[in-house]
Design a protein around this ligand. Structure first.
Ligand code: DGJ
Length: 753
């Protein structure tokens, strides 16, 4: 089990203890405790929680077989011992068509295996059978073993009581007297029964175009979503949702899940020959090999999987809650995000004491709470060609070190944050000149650079220790409240020449484990320092890094219109609590699009608000607008970041309109954002019907920006706002409006007809 898994385990247990200790039943949306149970006679295991049941059992061949995953069954419903599916023909034998929970590659299995190993004698056959099981609190632990060789597997199934989300993981242990090589290891395989109307949703992208939602039919064959890049990646994110033909945004079944792993990963979704739907998620087997000496073990990442009957919206609200309450640092109550200023788009590498101080003073005047100096403050870093790895303050830019700037930022009432990219090095750096062997590479082979940089091999103990000492010193020597932790390139030539050839591919796991260990150790030593996961934008967003970082940089694309789409995709999987969004320049550097400052603010106010514009270019009116909207944001951010999100009108499919509503967990406040790309043909705008309000409470509507149609009541019941809706006035190009609805005590005013 990795540190991160342990950490997640610890938190989950702590939350479970709290629930047992008396918090049970408070708005849990289901049973107060997840109930794992075992029917010993039938050898059937069941996990129940928050309206979800997951069941599996041991079939007559001793193999784990899936039984059910979906809406809660009655407690008295009993499953008989599972029976392997009948052979369909000699081409679809029973082994091939049975829905296995965790099949080894062996015994004729041709479906995607959960575990594949190679033995020293060339045998690659592994048939896993049930050995024993136990219930531990909210989890069921199953032990499996190969039919003849001492390869043991421990599977953990832990269901979260509040959301019914199941965390599945596996540990493979070599108890043979010789090495074995793990060629493939998944956290879980999940099965759904035959159906001809399943659809798969997932997120793909590129730099400046992350979190693009893809949805299409699941048909016979396989869909592979993966990263081979050593990092989570922009190209695909380890999240999937499986829906049915009748599923919509707010209704119908959705099975969803995400892998907590920040290295190369793969999710394989299959429709098998008899129509069984199967998803297998784990380490990417591409170029993977992990040799285990006798006595060694390898843990998979954790796959977090949930079910909702309330469509994609219900699924994401459950997942957001789970992330806030079980995964994030500070769970179950992570702090709201401070409004930050970041220097990158304003000054790029040209940072210096005078320039940053001037920006900080302007940022403070509009209510910014955290001033972050980005790239360029260290070594010979004047562009991206040199200096990376030399984490000493550049004395030409900061003759007196960082202390005067930090002091001024603190005097202005803000926290100070700093950009770092610890895992990387420019060949033109003192670090690389001293330690050319510290990078990931193959001996005697070219080292491909990207952005003029190479990747340090964090799997190495010396590299790990160097980075820990360097970052620890940086945080000890300066009053730093926040690190923006960047990672600007994917891996290439994934060699580790310092270890034996047979050990080198351990890199894929060992690197990420050491990254997690480094983050965890820094957090332990500096508990008040917050960290942002950034990888050229949103290239490292997943539930693994999320447990150790407080927020993520969603995308380098700060164009406010593009962001609506990116944010819509992002929130399908991840909570707005971590989704940073900046207000930057117009025209925006990505699309050269010109939008109003108010439009840019409203787009960014749907996540953790940041400002990245060059404040030296702002006029007095801009400062006034910004100051007003920052104040509005502070008054509503808890609802936006931690409330229930309803994607009322999605910007997907190049829709010209979009709207989101966030409703506070206690129903006392709601925040509505509405956007129009461009008016045309005098098209009327539909009224926006709200969701998730308490129908009996009275809510007062107030515009943060923009207007509602004349005769819109200032105050009405939740039932009115949901049934009748709000007619928002939007006309022109790149128009936006936002409203706050505060639950009021008194009765509703008379509604004008
Ligand atoms: C990539 C990040 O996504 C940007 O925000 C910025 O920090 C640059 N790196 C700095 O090099």
């Amino acid at each position: 089990m990795s540190n991160i898994d342990r950490d997640i385990d610890r938190r989950r247990r702590a939350v479970c203890m709290q629930l047992l200790g008396g918090l049970a039943g408070i708005a849990l949306g289901g049973s107060a405790r997840a109930r794992p149970s075992v029917d010993e006679a039938a050898k059937v295991f069941r996990l129940d929680g928050a309206g979800v049941t997951y069941a599996f059992g041991v079939n007559k061949d001793g193999q784990l077989q899936s039984l059910y995953w979906g809406s809660a069954l009655a407690p008295e419903d009993r499953f008989p011992t599972p029976v392997p599916v009948w052979e369909n023909s000699s081409n679809e034998t029973s082994t091939v068509v049975t829905p296995h929970e965790f099949p080894g590659f062996g015994g004729g299995v041709t479906m995607e295996p959960s575990l594949k190993v190679t033995f020293p004698d060339g045998v690659r056959d592994l048939v896993l059978k049930h050995v024993d099981h136990r219930v531990e609190g909210d989890r069921i632990v199953i032990r499996l073993k190969d039919v003849s060789r001492a390869v043991h597997v421990t599977l953990t199934y832990a269901m979260d009581a509040a959301t019914g989300i199941l965390a599945r993981s596996a540990v493979v242990e070599n108890r043979t007297g010789n090495w074995i090589q793990v060629d493939q290891l998944a956290a879980a395989s999940l099965n759904l029964p035959y159906g001809d109307d399943y659809r798969l949703s997932y997120l793909t992208g590129r730099w400046a175009g992350e979190f693009a939602l893809q949805t299409h039919d699941i048909v016979p064959g396989s869909i592979v979503i993966e990263s081979r890049k050593g990092v989570t990646s922009h190209q695909a994110n380890p999240w999937i949702a499986i829906s049915r033909g009748n599923t919509e945004e707010e209704s119908g079944p959705v099975w969803f899940g995400a892998l907590g792993w920040s290295g190369s990963w793969r999710i394989h979704v299959d429709m098998e020959s008899l129509g069984n739907i199967r998803a297998t998620a784990g380490y990417n087997p591409f170029d993977f090999a992990y040799r285990l000496k006798p006595g060694e073990s390898l843990a998979s990442p954790v796959f977090h999987a949930g079910y909702s009957e309330e469509g994609f919206g219900g699924a994401s609200r459950l997942f957001h809650r789970y992330q806030r309450e079980k995964i994030l640092p500070g769970a179950p109550a992570p702090k709201v995000r401070p409004v930050l200023y970041n220097s990158w788009e304003a000054t790029l590498f040209s940072v210096d004491e005078a320039g940053q101080t001037a920006l900080a003073e302007k940022a403070a005047s509009i209510g910014v709470e955290r001033f972050v100096m980005d790239d360029g403050w260290f070594g010979a870093r004047n562009d991206d060609k040199a200096g990376l790895g030399d984490w000493v303050v550049n004395r030409k830019k900061f003759p007196n070190g960082l202390a005067p700037l930090i002091r001024r930022v603190r005097e202005l009432g803000m926290e100070f944050g700093l950009w770092v990219e610890p895992e990387m090095v420019n060949p033109d750096s003192d670090l690389y000149r001293a330690h050319p062997d510290w990078v990931i590479h193959f001996q005697g082979r070219p080292r491909s650079e990207a952005r003029n940089q190479l990747v340090l091999n964090l799997a190495r103990k010396d590299v790990y220790e160097h980075l820990l000492a360097m970052l620890d010193r940086l945080l000890k020597d300066h009053d730093i409240a926040f690190l923006k932790w960047d990672h600007n390139r994917a891996w290439s030539e994934p060699g580790w020449p310092q270890v034996a050839p047979a050990e080198q591919q351990r890199l894929y796991v060992a690197y990420v484990q050491n990254l997690y260990k480094l983050l965890a150790e820094l957090r332990r030593r500096h508990p008040n320092v917050e960290i942002e996961s950034c990888a050229s934008g949103g290239g490292r967003v997943d539930l693994g890094i999320m447990a150790l970082t407080d927020q993520v940089w969603t995308s380098d694309n700060t164009d406010p219109l593009d962001r609506l789409l990116i944010q819509d995709g992002f929130t399908r999987a991840y909570t707005p609590q971590i989704m940073m969004a900046w207000v930057t320049e117009a025209p925006n550097f990505v699309n050269k699009r010109v939008t109003s400052l108010e439009y840019r603010f409203l787009s960014a106010m749907q996540g953790g608000l940041g400002i990245g514009a060059n404040l030296n270019h702002w006029k007095e009116a801009d400062f006034a607008t910004a100051k007003r909207l920052v104040a509005e944001y502070k008054a509503t951010r808890k609802t936006v970041l931690q409330g229930n999100l309803y994607r009322l009108v999605s910007p997907q499919h190049r829709s010209g309109r979009s709207a989101t509503l966030s409703v506070a967990q206690d129903g006392s406040q709601a925040v509505l954002f509405a956007f129009l790309h461009a008016s045309g043909m005098r098209d009327p705008l539909p009224r926006i019907q709200l969701r998730g309000l308490d129908p009996k409470r009275t809510y007062a509507l107030r515009a943060i920006a923009g207007t509602a149609a004349p005769r819109t009541p200032r105050q009405a019941s939740g039932a009115y706002w949901m049934g009748h809706g709000v007619q928002v006035v939007l006309a022109g190009d790149f128009q936006a409006a936002a409203f706050v609805l505060d639950a009021a005590a008194g009765p509703a005013l008379a509604i004008p007809g």
